[in-house]
Design a protein around this ligand. Structure first.
Ligand SMILES: Nc1nc2c(ncn2[C@@H]2O[C@H](COP(=O)(O)OP(=O)(O)OP(=O)(O)O)[C@@H](O)[C@H]2O)c(=O)[nH]1
Length: 652
């Protein structure tokens, strides 16, 4: 985490100097006196005041929290309070628009929604961004925060600070935002307000004297958040009279309107008919519609400096929309905004249709899905075992499973997905480096002039202290190196480990939850590459390598993994007319082998009595035939075998 010292937050509740060098508390500058909030004007009627709202009455803010601490429920509550959605609307998690988000109760995509809030006789435009909590979608949170001046740090009072509370707080801190802590779920009998407040105070050195205790579920105290937002979050900076400078923070694809961009205007104004210029690509576009999300796309006459809203232009190809790009008006030259780093896919799989004739249709479905999830990396791939397919790259395993579910939900299509792998780095003698994300192209043996590296992450685990020993054992069994162990309180502990990403991908979190009765929380961030003794593990059936069952593992795991895979395959492969050998092979050496016995046919059945040499002759003939068959045939493995093979989880 890089803390930028040069733009210290004057307005934030935290002072970096005190956070780093002194144990002292900060104080809130003057506790505000809140008046009674006014009754909202419901629905679109509230928008009649939009044009009269000056920049000083705009607030751009996000809700950040650990997974399931109640961000989306709070957002729902606020939208109802301000009349954006009907109070009687029974739909929960209104801003979670994807079926998979609603079914799993997780936010995958950050969503923006504007509200008009009347307070002390003034209308305020509050632009809320509901962010995802899961670590895979960290970049989404980062991009969302770039459009904000403040954020609500929501903490579940029954769970206290968890791994993503920490990482999200530091993200907001690095972006110089005002952070307003709010305790949620105070209705739960297990809520421990006092303890959670202490944790917030000690861990983040935030002033907690005015912290709100709310229940997003029952609505208790939620209305008190709105005046706090008005008072504590600063209005956006910007100048309407300057040339347009807008930051592209998100985009999505609509089959009728093409690419729709979500922008934050830093300076200037944006309206229909304006000619736009992308500072990054130099391409020009014409604005066809602008508006705000209220809660869906709602057209407005213009967008002004400080506002967050959507733009429909004649951009048809989503690849032209680079998140973090700066847009200005044609003819103007402006300094580009800092932009964002491009999220790197960290988990790769091969994906193949269960029925080969479905390839074209599935290709269209994947293209459609990736239009609105550009973090997915797609490349065509051909496997001799599974035919034509794709190599897909994802931000993490949750991202992968969300993609698979969306494919099933939205297009009713299934895929055979190969075992996930991470991108390895090979350095050659001449200093050239290559990232390899497909195990089939990984060298079968290391040449003298090659060095292999594996991706490492810094994992932060928060656990009740009684599980400390078990979790240390687990991390060490995953080749983890401890970098920190801090007691957050008498009963809770934070561990930091450098762990190979390959272990995290293989259900580390599931095992961690299992070891800690579900109490552990995990966050991680990229920590670069480290040299590693990694090898390509292949599975051979009847002497032929099966490319769909090839993987790259650390040498210390190769034997166990190889044994497990050949056992799993033996249980699934049907018997052949001849004996079939299944082998796990590393660097041309067979590590483990199993045989599948041949189908037996009693060729001597018709010989009643008679000379034994006749029977022997028949048996020898059968043996010769089987041997010839084994040498000349490839065992053809049905796709359903691969499907079942991949559905079983690898243990270690
Ligand atoms: N008892 C109680 N439950 C709550 C409260 N707020 C949220 N919940 C429940 O907590 C669960 C998670 O709530 P969400 O709003 O989906 O949490 P989230 O932080 O948006 O989750 P992610 O987007 O996956 O990170 C849901 O079952 C909510 O009903 C609360 O104040 N009290």
């Amino acid at each position: 985490m890089i803390l930028r010292f040069h733009f210290l937050p004057k307005r934030t509740f935290i002072r970096l100097t005190s956070l780093l060098f002194s144990p002292g508390k900060r104080s809130l500058s003057g506790a505000p006196v809140f008046g009674k909030p006014e009754k909202p004007r419901d629905g679109k009627a509230a928008l009649s005041v939009l044009e009269s709202i000056p920049r000083e009455q705009i607030r751009n803010w996000a809700v950040i929290a650990h997974i399931d601490h109640g961000k989306s429920t709070l957002s729902d509550c606020l939208l109802k309070l301000t009349g954006v959605i009907d109070k009687n609307n029974a739909k929960n998690q209104f801003l979670d628009k994807l079926a998979v988000e609603r079914r799993r109760g997780i936010t995958v995509k950050a969503q923006t929604c504007s509200m008009i809030y009347h307070y002390q006789n003034k209308p305020y435009l509050l632009n809320l961004i509901d962010t995802p909590g899961h670590v895979d979608f960290r970049e989404e949170v980062m991009h969302s925060l770039a459009a904000c001046e403040g954020c609500i740090l929501l903490v579940d009072a029954s769970q206290g600070i968890q791994a993503q509370t920490l990482s999200n707080f530091y993200m907001a801190f690095a972006q110089n935002l005002v952070v307003l802590p709010v305790l949620n779920k105070v209705d739960l009998p297990t809520a421990d307000v006092e303890k959670t407040l202490n944790q917030i105070e000690q861990t983040f050195e935030l002033d907690v004297s005015n912290t709100l205790f709310i229940s997003s579920k029952s609505g208790k105290n939620v209305e008190k958040i709105l005046p706090e937002i008005v008072h504590h979050f600063p209005p956006p900076e910007g100048d309407e009279s300057k040339p347009l400078r807008s930051l592209l923070i998100d985009c999505w694809y609509n089959n009728y309107q093409g690419v729709i961009s979500l922008v934050r205007l830093m300076d200037g104004t944006l309206k229909k008919g304006q000619k736009l210029l992308s500072v990054n690509t130099g391409r020009k576009y014409e604005v066809q519609q602008v508006g705000i999300m209220y809660p869906d796309m709602t057209e407005t006459a213009e967008l002004r400096a400080g506002q967050v809203g959507y733009v429909v232009s004649n951009m048809k190809n989503i690849d032209e929309a680079i998140i973090g790009d700066t847009f200005t008006t044609v003819g103007q030259s402006v300094e580009p905004l800092p932009g964002f780093s491009v999220p790197k896919p960290m988990v790769f799989v091969g994906a193949f249709p269960t029925d080969s004739s479905d390839f074209e249709r599935l290709n269209d479905c994947i293209e459609q899905l990736t239009l609105n999830d550009r973090a997915i990396h797609v490349e065509k791939e051909t496997s001799s075992a599974l035919g034509m397919g794709w190599r897909l790259g994802f931000l993490g395993t949750l991202h992968l499973s969300v993609f698979v579910e969306r494919l099933q939900d939205e297009y009713d299509r299934k895929l055979v997905i190969t075992s996930p792998t991470v991108p390895y780095l090979i350095r050659y003698q001449d200093g050239k480096e290559e990232i390899v994300s497909n195990p089939n192209v990984f060298p079968s043996r290391r040449m003298r002039n090659q060095e292999f590296f594996e991706p490492i992450v810094e994992a932060t685990v928060i656990i009740p202290s009684e599980y400390l020993g078990d979790v240390i054992k687990l991390c060490e069994s995953c080749r983890g190196l401890q970098s920190d162990c801090t007691f957050l309180s008498e009963t809770r502990c934070m561990l930091k480990y450098h762990i190979p990403l390959a272990h995290l991908v293989e259900d580390f979190f599931g095992r961690l939850k299992g070891q800690t009765s579900g109490y552990a929380t995990l966050d991680y961030e990229d920590a670069g590459y480290a040299p590693a003794d990694i090898v390509k593990l292949s599975v051979h059936v009847n002497g032929q390598s099966v490319d769909a069952l090839c993987t790259v593992v650390h040498r210390s795991l190769a034997l166990n993994r190889g044994r497990e895979w050949i056992h799993r395959l033996r249980d699934l492969l049907p018997k052949q007319l001849y004996e079939v050998a299944i082998q796990a092979v590393v660097e041309s050496k067979v590590l483990a082998r199993l045989n599948i016995a041949a189908l037996r046919k009693n060729v001597t059945a018709k010989c009643y009595g008679g000379d034994w040499t006749r029977k022997q002759k028949l048996l020898n003939k059968q043996k010769e035939g089987k041997s010839r068959l084994r040498q000349s045939s490839n065992v053809s493995i049905d796709k359903s075998v691969f499907y079942q093979f991949m559905m079983k989880k690898t243990s270690n």
